[in-house]
Design a protein. Sequence first.
Length: 166
Amino acid sequence: MSLSLRSLTIIGAITITLAGCGKSVTDQAVEESIEKETGGEATVNTDDGTVEVTTDEGTVTIGTQELPSDWPMDVPVYPGSTVQMAGTIAGKGQGGLFQTTDAKADVVSYFLEQLKKEGWDASIVGDMGAISIMTAKKDERNMALQIATGDGRTSITISLQETTQK
């Protein structure tokens, strides 16, 4: 199965759910499940909340509540937001889920302004009340942002993809 930002999100959700359970039969079962799904090798470490999956297409590394060390400097993170999940697909892109208590409209305005400052061509492609979807392009990279509000929180999902494979 191909590694994708969707896979990154699914694997990250499993990691968050199992974080704190400790290296055990549970970790082994999750590793085996991921390996079966992806056809690659998986390492699950719920002690530090990380998952790494390697296939012939690359490596996905997910660490909860921390940006990857290779997070691009020109991809803004909303000030005061907390990282819920973030990860990297080696040579293909990054993704992150963030949360804030600020209003969705403020978050959308921030990203439109900051992405423009960083040289991205960004636009809102859909606004359905509680959810706004944005896209951005810069050089050989595409970005998709989903900004959604509910229960007094605003969630920000950023998916960044290299359009040329490294």
